[in-house]
Design a protein around this ligand. Structure first.
Ligand SMILES: NC(=O)c1ccc[n+]([C@@H]2O[C@H](COP(=O)([O-])OP(=O)(O)OC[C@H]3O[C@@H](n4cnc5c(N)ncnc54)[C@H](O)[C@@H]3O)[C@@H](O)[C@H]2O)c1
Ligand SMILES: [Zn+2]
Length: 362
């Protein structure tokens, strides 16, 4: 508890603290800033056997606690589970003065957050992220569920009242999820001042995670994100910087089939592409090789099956951010200097063909 770190995030409507530390799940009551009528916890089937009891034990002496468990996996971020959770919440007696706790990774954060945002027109919720990737999703106030037509199409902006990040819980996530989460930390480093990326380059994910380094990396990543969303909560301009690596990343995830590659692993390849395009466009030197080497050292997938460039480009054009048929990419003029640029599909096609060929022959 002594070694916890705190960041305060300011939104247009309120502010909330993000606290990172070891064993915080045993001290949840310390983070409640007001009295609630009761508490309803939402978690998934992987997290439940690991951490649900700890959280319940830390609050049940003062509160009436109920919970619900959804199957692990992106499939639960759906209309069906949203509705089922609502039913359970109502039947459990949750009311307007209650609190929802989202205990899990980004899937649970988005789902439980959207439940909280809409339950009786919105009640307080706390994010308790249990994945590295959730350093990204738990901060910034975006909550959503998926529609069969696309990811995150049903959602809103609804910040939590607190984020309680217990780094101890991160030791049980599978290696692929460690990689996935670290890719988003790398993203935050690349759109920030160079020292952050230089430090991350030393990170060796093949070794057991060190709580202190992890805490620092998460904190730095959250700071970068918080700083941007505080200036542009509703993504009218600079919040788009957070999409660095995501234009191709999202297209790869969809084209390969969700679940074939994790979000972060796809974003990692997307960042390589964005770096290569940036080098060509600005005729500058960027850490393409350094990132490539880091990805190889940490066993990220960099070889892709044969993919249709035309289909990938088509997917990029279907992105929510497309304007006037042009594809938006976040480039780096220099490390820490993101720029938003639009290109027509012909340009992207040429660059992407080069990129994929080089990647597979590296
Ligand atoms: N709201 C936002 O701003 C935002 C930003 C980025 C991503 N997201 C969303 O986040 C989701 C991805 O998040 P994620 O990568 O955390 O996925 P996830 O929540 O599905 O977690 C990944 C896997 O790890 C398991 N898991 C979670 N914590 C664990 C633990 N401590 N020990 C063992 N296993 C554990 C989960 O059960 C799951 O199987 C997507 O739905 C994405 O759309 C939202
Ligand atoms: Zn992402």
């Amino acid at each position: 508890m002594l070694l916890m770190k705190k960041i305060t995030v300011h939104t247009s409507t309120k502010q909330y603290d993000v606290t990172i530390g070891k064993g915080l799940r045993h001290h949840v009551l310390d983070f409640l800033t007001k009295r609630y009528s009761r508490i309803f916890i939402i978690t998934d089937s992987n997290v439940e056997p690991l951490y649900l009891d700890d959280v319940i034990q830390s609050i049940e002496k003062d509160y009436h606690v109920t919970y619900t468990v959804v199957p692990a996996g992106e499939g639960s971020k759906s209309m069906r589970f949203y509705f089922d959770i609502m039913t359970e919440a109502i039947r459990s007696g949750l009311d307007r003065d209650g609190l929802i706790i989202a205990l899990g990774g980004g899937m649970i954060g988005d789902l439980a957050g959207f439940v909280a945002a809409t339950f009786m027109r919105g009640i307080d919720f706390i994010q308790m992220p249990t994945t590295i990737l959730a350093h990204d999703s738990s901060v910034g106030g975006k909550v959503a569920i998926n529609h069969p037509e696309g990811k995150n199409l049903i959602g809103c902006f609804f910040p939590p009242v607190a984020v309680i990040y217990d780094v101890e819980t991160l030791h049980t996530i599978p290696f692929t999820e460690v990689r996935s989460g670290y890719a988003e930390i790398v993203k935050h480093s690349m759109i920030n001042e160079p020292p952050f990326w230089e430090k991350l380059q030393q990170v060796d994910l093949n070794k057991p995670l060190d709580d202190n380094y992890l805490k620092q990396d998460l904190l730095r990543g959250i700071e970068v994100k918080a700083n941007i969303v505080e200036q542009d909560e509703r993504e009218t301009n600079i919040r788009q910087y957070l999409n660095f690596g995501h234009t191709l990343g999202h297209a790869l995830e969809a084209e390969l089939g969700y679940g074939k590659i994790t979000h972060g692993e796809a974003i990692a390849i997307g960042m390589l592409f964005a770096l290569q395009v940036s080098e060509k466009y600005y005729k500058s030197q960027l850490p393409y090789d350094a990132l490539y080497q880091w990805l190889i050292n940490n066993q990220y997938p960099t070889r892709l099956p044969q993919l249709s460039v035309a289909k990938l480009v088509e997917r990029m054009k279907r992105d929510k951010k497309v304007k006037d048929q042009k594809i938006t990419m976040v480039l780096l003029k220099d490390l820490g200097k993101p720029m938003i640029k639009q290109f027509d599909d012909h340009k992207i096609t040429v660059w992407l063909e080069d990129f994929l060929q080089e990647l597979n022959h590296h």
